[in-house]
Ligand binder design. Sequence first.
Ligand SMILES: [Zn+2]
Length: 405
Amino acid sequence: MNSNIFLPGFEDVTVTLMEEVEEKLCIHVERSVEPHTCPVCHTVTQKIHDYRIQKIKHLKMFERQTLLFYRKRRYVCPCGKRFAEENTFVERYQRLSVELNQAIKIRSIKGKTFKEISEVYGTSASTVVRRFDQLAENTVNEEAKELPKVIAIDEYKGDTKEGKYQLIIANGMTKEPIDILPNRYKNTIKHYLKKYGAQVEVVVMDMSPSFKAAVQQALGKPVIVADRFHFVRSMYWALDGVRRRIQSNWHDYDRKKCKKMRYVFYKRSNKLTEDDKWYLQRYLDLSPVLRKAYELKELFCRWFDKAKQNGEEHILQTKNALYRFYEEVDKEGIPEFTKAAQTLKNWQIEILNSFSNNFSNGFLEGINNLTKVIKRNAFGFRSFQRFRAKILLTHKYKRLGSHIG
Ligand SMILES: [Zn+2]
């Protein structure tokens, strides 16, 4: 019956019966008799010893939980050895089919929680966790043995047992995440880079003194590139600090409205609408200090745009323009900007490096966003190792369809 039915994954068996029992689809399968080689004496035999029915959980079919009833044949060799026939859909001592195990593995990466996945597949959460851990062990731990020439590092707030912040390390060229360190302490980073970083020539990072110290101590003299996003942001933060300080002395109405309209200070001036411009002018008219702070931010943005155009070829011009920016900051004596400019000075080489090559950390933002989603879905990831595996595997299997299983 149904012997010529085609089911993917069942190419090498005969389906002898399909029936529905208590809303479950039961598929009875067996293989045809074929010559088998004895595992002990290597004699080829076709002599059947007996049959056993093995019940195997399989992928859902037609929206029903599916069970395979595999009539497993055992052969007997003239030497006396009895052994089971070969098959491709269930491994020894398994109660789940190869395809189901595979689907659970993929889903354990893509799905939200282990529990939810276990419900979908009609199996226990601990089975899903075990599959996930197997996959993690096989694919994650073997990676990152040797870091590439260009790496980008950044931190994110993961709140695992091992630390509040974790450090993500990515390939600066391919933008693939490579590893996640349990915390951002200098010694953790240093130890890791010493171990795996012999090939590293360029490191992209935000302006964190402890990252810089760790990299320099572990790798000698790599080219450190300050991430553009971070040093540009430092100027916006300086302006924001001034705005908050100034508006705190204003009347209720203007203070609240200015807070609400604060985006007008940060928008690129060519993107401002007529309304935006009106508000910007109003607030700048209310405070000469705020106006100066705004002008400094604009000056920095113009310097930044020009620096990008200049590239490596005119890096000296970029450097000189940066000195002029410092002078302007000094002249105004606005504490928020004086402090921010000091940070730029401390990182001047690394900032200029970012214009003589095109590496940046920007893409890590995307990785970190994904990480936040994973964290939000909880996943029982108080365990750092599992959390790390989940993030790395999610990226690894990003392009794999989520329709599997
Ligand atoms: Zn034998």
